[in-house]
Write a protein that binds this ligand. Structure first.
Ligand code: HEC
Length: 213
């Protein structure tokens, strides 16, 4: 039987015989890579032909960009929200290489409630059920300029709770953009808050955290 391995061995013998005339055989690692499955296109999995943006099926297993503990009623109020931000695999590497997320990168932010318990670490707060879920898809080409959920280099979407069927934002300008304007200089992402994007460097002073703004 001609197995893949035997075929490779046979190829190696042929190469050895014609050693002077033939290029050297590729290293084994390259042979394996050639047969490896293609990298997933995370944007294509959730963006339909008409520009609708869905919720990625398995995003809660993606790398975490970071998280926020937020007092929704403002300064001095008790912290009552847990925001967790996920990024599609490869997204962090693209940001570290280029200072921007590559086209097709998907971000998901889950807003959850909080529960608390006194543990032996102290009085601990931990996330409970999902209240709302935000999705962003990077597209620096702004290919869907006429679509209400696409613009300023991103596709933007909102889902309530764990619902994955009804996108709830009327438009990105109405539902998202006003709040993200303070992060304009970092591609509308509050990037300075995520330690993993600093690549070991010191924390920057974020412009959006300036109380004067
Ligand atoms: C009330 C203001 C507000 C609105 C409205 C809003 N955002 Fe945000 N968003 C923020 C802030 C502030 C952060 C970072 C801090 C946090 O999560 O508390 C953030 C973070 C995010 C993140 C994580 C990445 C990042 O920028 O740090 C995503 C993804 C996101 N928002 C998507 C959306 C989408 C999509 C919409 C519209 C459907 C939207 N947001 C509407 C204020 C807002």
């Amino acid at each position: 039987m001609i197995t893949f391995r035997n075929a490779l061995l046979a190829g190696a013998v042929v190469l050895a015989i014609g050693a002077c005339a033939q290029p050297p055989a590729p290293p084994a690692a390259q042979v394996e890579a050639a047969g490896a499955p293609a990298a997933r296109d995370y944007a294509a999995e959730i963006v339909s032909a008409d520009g609708a943006i869905g919720v990625p099926a398995d995003f809660d297993r993606w790398p975490t960009l970071g998280s926020w503990a937020t007092a929704s009623a403002g300064e001095g109020a008790p912290v009552d929200e847990w925001h967790q931000v996920y990024v599609s695999p490869g997204g962090i590497e693209s940001y570290l290489a280029n200072g921007k997320f590559a086209d097709g990168t998907v971000l998901v932010k889950d807003v959850r409630g909080f529960a608390a318990a006194t543990l032996n670490t102290g009085h601990a707060h931990y996330p409970t059920e999902v209240a709302v879920r935000f999705v962003m898809v990077k597209d620096s080409t702004n290919a869907r300029a006429d679509h209400p959920l696409w613009g300023d280099g991103w596709g933007w979407a909102l889902y309530n709770g764990t619902d994955t069927t009804t996108q709830a934002a009327p438009s990105y300008e109405e539902g998202c953009q006003a709040c993200h304007v303070p992060a304009t200089s970092t591609d509308y992402i509050f990037a300075e808050a995520y330690p993993v994007l600093r690549n070991g460097g010191p924390a920057a002073t974020p412009s959006w955290a300036n109380p004067a703004q």
